[in-house]
Write a protein that binds this ligand. Structure first.
Ligand code: NAD
Ligand code: UDP
Ligand code: UDP
Length: 316
């Protein structure tokens, strides 16, 4: 098939492109390099079935494809809050354009949505029927509300225009090729540990997250794309950790003597997050395979290479 991956030069997108090219598909990777990088797709650039298109999804584009994985959007709080209006344009106008494209060429479109549609959730763990608890005017709203509207647009193109759509709600995902400057907790802690710096924990560190390794996520994305289910599906690892537990694990694995430094909690930071993945299990027979410890080691090895640090024996 000919497959478009928007945001294909980003963290998750680059792993997805690799997987799809590996399966024999022709892949068009569309990216404006806002947070992504050519380095992420360097090994693919010379592949005969891979094509890179430098383009901003906010602008319309004419392409002929059979599948669209729509991932283009900054994903880390630091990045999406740096230019919130741009985030909204990308989330809303970018999704509108990709849905318009899907309608014109009768392609199937999968929207990469997020657990952030649940906001600071009052239901725990979060299942797909929960409508969420989102502040519409806070600093995270540019991301949360545009993803919510992107879901609405997707369902309306499906209902009104018969566009064949899929929606995944991605929970915190980590792995090799995360940007070292994106401010997310996994990248921050690993980079700090490799550089022998104190580990930064925001607030009292008792807020929780669930961390999914990128290969598990990609497996679920491809599985849902090829299924016939059109309502949103959670994809994430149900293992739930406090940020204190995560920081402890990172220092045990990489650099045990490091202190933890506590910093102010950013506003509207969700207190807890864990996916209910019963639907994905039932529909796709999918569940994560990579344990946090193993995934953190693989991620740390990648960061160590990029930062030019020697890889500690415990990492091998
Ligand atoms: P990322 O920042 O590494 O990748 C996003 C990619 O989109 C980058 O390559 C960036 O340059 C590109 N992009 C941004 N705006 C664009 C625009 N206007 N036009 C064209 N390209 C644009 O982030 P990621 O972690 O790979 O996230 C990918 C998708 O998954 C995003 O839609 C994100 O919202 C979603 N998601 C990710 C997570 C996570 O934990 N990583 C969680 C929930 C949802
Ligand atoms: N669009 C696009 N590529 C296409 C088809 C549409 O970028 O191949 C854009 C189009 O410019 C519009 C959006 O997608 O901004 C929605 O398209 P649709 O046809 O649904 O709406 P309309 O163009 O009628 O407003
Ligand atoms: N966090 C932290 N230290 C950091 C970066 C983040 O304690 O160096 C916290 C952050 O406040 C949040 C959690 O870790 O409670 C996850 O943050 P991240 O930015 O990775 O993702 P999100 O908040 O979008 O889930």
């Amino acid at each position: 098939m000919r497959i478009l991956v928007t945001g294909g030069a980003g963290f998750i997108g680059s792993h997805l492109c690799e997987r799809l090219v590996g399966e024999g598909h022709e892949v068009l990777c569309l990216d404006n390099f806002y947070t992504g990088s050519r380095l992420n797709i360097a090994p693919l650039l010379t592949h005969p079935r891979f094509e890179l298109i430098r383009h901003d999804v906010i602008e319309p584009i004419l392409l002929e494809v059979e599948r669209i994985y729509h991932l283009a959007c900054p994903a880390s709080p630091v990045h999406y809050q740096a230019n919130p209006i741009k985030t909204i344009k990308t989330g809303v106008l970018g999704t509108l354009n990709m849905l318009g494209l899907a309608k014109r060429v009768r392609a199937r479109l999968l929207l990469a949505s997020t657990s952030e549609v649940y906001g600071d959730p009052l239901v725990h763990p979060q299942h797909e029927e929960y409508w969420g608890h989102v502040n519409p005017i806070g600093v995270r709203s540019c991301y949360d509300e545009s993803k919510r509207l992107a879901e609405t647009l997707t369902m309306d193109y499906h209902r009104q225009n018969g566009v064949d759509t899929r929606i995944i709600r991605i929970f915190n995902t980590y792995g090799p090729r995360m940007s070292e400057h994106d401010g997310r907790v996994v990248s921050n802690l690993i980079v700090q540990a490799l550089q022998g710096e104190a580990l930064s924990v925001y607030g009292n560190g008792e807020q929780t997250r669930s961390f999914c390794y990128v290969s598990d996520l990609v497996e679920g994305m491809v599985g849902l794309m090829e299924s016939d289910y059109t309502h949103p599906v959670n994809l994430g690892n149900p293992g739930e950790y406090t940020i204190n537990e995560l920081a402890d694990l990172v220092r045990k694995l990489i650099n045990p003597g490091l202190p933890i430094v506590y910093r102010p909690l950013p506003s509207d930071d969700p207190r807890q997050r864990r996916p209910d993945i019963s639907l994905a299990r039932r529909l796709l027979g999918w569940q994560p395979q990579v344990e946090l410890r193993e995934g953190l080691l693989l991620t740390a090895e990648d960061f160590a290479k990029r930062l030019g640090r020697g890889v500690r024996p415990s990492l091998i």
